[in-house]
Design a protein around this ligand. Structure first.
Ligand code: CIR
Length: 259
């Protein structure tokens, strides 16, 4: 087994005891078992730690139900970190703690009103940044992202989505050259000449995978799509995500990865 590499960092935040009052867009509200959610989140964090990630843990915030989903609050580029302005009012108070934690690692930039942007809508593929056109990320968000990232040499590309919460509900990177996609929710041709793996039709929610170094942290709940990943040579670390999935959270949204 490879020894863990140093200098990999992930910011995570413990599950809020008020997660039951989370925002919901596509799913009906169902009871979230806090203890199970905490156990599953701990397993996720352990997977990152076992891969050599140094974890910076932010404490839970009882008044912020969705605060475990740290990805939405910050977009990390090599050069800067962009603190977002989330698309729902209830999540705006999450930014202060994340900005404070991120300031140790990157120069900060901020998405400003009237823009809204959720980190779950940003997919980075090399020097391309795809920005989901979702209910959470508006035209001003796209335009501010372009103003911040273009001078650094990124191209910023609008990615229309339909039927899902965020762009990364529909597509994520599973290696430096392969995307995992649900093509009912995003048109894959916008990504150009990349290799694609399509989710199994029985598993529409299965496109959200967390690329952590060279391996993929991936929900146990999608075995058919997992087989598709493994048959293309991708190493998968399975984790249970059923409780946080009731809050419409996936595996990318529970960490901010800095490499
Ligand atoms: C929300 O609706 O904002 C949360 N309940 C779920 C956010 C999930 N975030 C993500 O996929 N990036």
């Amino acid at each position: 087994m490879n020894s863990p590499r140093p200098n990999r960092l992930a910011i995570i935040r413990e599950v809020s005891p008020s997660i039951g009052q989370c925002e919901l867009t596509h799913l009906p509200r169902s009871e979230i078992d806090f203890e199970t959610a905490k156990r599953q989140h701990a397993e996720y964090c352990n997977s990152l730690a076992n891969l050599g990630f140094d974890l910076r843990r932010l404490p839970p915030s009882p008044e912020l139900p969705d605060s475990v989903f740290v990805e939405d609050i910050c977009v990390v580029l090599g050069e800067i970190a962009i603190i977002t302005r989330p698309g729902v009012e209830s999540r705006r108070a999450e930014v202060d703690d994340i900005a404070h934690a991120m300031a140790a690692f990157r120069e900060l930039r901020f998405i400003e009103a009237p823009a809204t942007l959720d980190g779950g809508d940003i997919l980075q593929v090399g020097r391309q940044l795809f920005v989901g056109q979702s209910k959470r990320t508006n035209e001003h968000g796209l335009s501010q992202m372009r103003d911040l990232a273009k001078p650094l040499g990124y191209s910023v590309i609008a990615a229309p989505i339909s039927g899902c919460l965020h762009l990364k509900s529909a597509v994520t990177a599973v290696s430096d050259r392969i995307l995992l996609v649900n093509s009912n929710w995003v048109e894959p041709t916008i990504f150009g000449r990349v290799e694609l793996i399509h989710v199994d039709p029985d598993e529409p929610m299965a496109a959200n995978a967390l690329l952590a170094g060279e391996v993929v942290i991936y929900p146990k709940e999608f075995p058919k799509t997992r087989r598709r990943l493994e048959s293309r040579g991708i190493r998968v670390i399975p984790v249970e995500t059923s409780e946080l999935a009731k809050a419409e959270g996936g595996v990318t949204c529970c960490s901010i990865i800095l490499c």
